[in-house]
Design a protein around this ligand. Sequence first.
Ligand code: ADP
Ligand code: BMX
Ligand code: ZN
Length: 291
Amino acid sequence: MTTLAIDLGGTKLAAALVDSELNIIERREAMTRAGQNPDALQACLTELVAPLALRAQRVAIASTGIIENGMLTAINPENLGGLAHFPLVEVLTRLTHLPCIAVNDAQAAAWAEYHALTVEARDMVFLTVSTGVGGGIVSNGQLLVGAGGLAGHLGHTLADPNGPRCGCGRRGCVEAIASGRGIAAAAQGELAGCDAKTIFARAAQGDPQANALVQRSAQTLARLIADAKAATDCQCVVIGGSVGLATGYLPLVKEFLAQEPDIYHPQLFAAHYQHNAGLLGAARLAQEAMP
Ligand code: ADP
Ligand code: BMX
Ligand code: ZN
């Protein structure tokens, strides 16, 4: 059976045909055009999935936001241009006429990455550092989704009570500091208005402000990893997302984590499936739900 897997992130939207051995047969990508009006997101989804839908037998969506009963509810609507709610499963079912499941993107990625681990682990935490900071927890071999879909949203734990306001309504969340949007929002002077990708490029060229912003993100993430170890006793933490996978970022996180006591040191890995972890996790979950 072929699954049409979709990964809806705050910045990019990916869709792929995935076969029953969880190999990607074909993949397409676009920028996420969301906004307070859900029509923009629906149009963008239609354009991306239409060429693939006829060759699939089911749909599996990994999406940013809390996913409950097929509905997307943003914990941080700013990541989706202000969009707070979107009926994901309803829209995709109407578009494709196929059976459809949806799950949070980081939870989906955690499930894919758990099955790709090369070390023995019962407990694992996945963190995506991307538009936001997302998280997924596997505990005793089970993916934690939570009664309301909120489990693993570690990006909204507290990093600094005096830090910047987060779009979720709290102040000083990890996401407000460490995420791509958080990095960009803190940029000043000649870096003001630059996105995280540009700031990483400038850091690589030796720009001191860009370097400080990257360090601040990596240090905040390292502290979150120590907190995740304390909360779950996970044997490993896997990092994904375009910021998380950026050259030099993981080694920096490792340096900051080394400053924490040994008991808070899980093994750290970059995502095996790189930018496809969400797609492949959703496809795996669909396969399990609709064998
Ligand atoms: P999504 O959040 O849609 O899943 P990404 O994982 O690509 O998408 O994360 C988007 C964020 O990553 C943006 O803030 C963008 O500026 C940043 N980004 C993209 N490419 C890079 C890169 N090569 N290095 C550092 N940051 C990057
Ligand atoms: C936010 C939240 C999470 C998501 C995480 C990473 C929204 C819209 N999303 O914390 O549900 O997992 O961002 O998402 O509230 P991404 O878009 O960066 O991949
Ligand atoms: Zn928050």
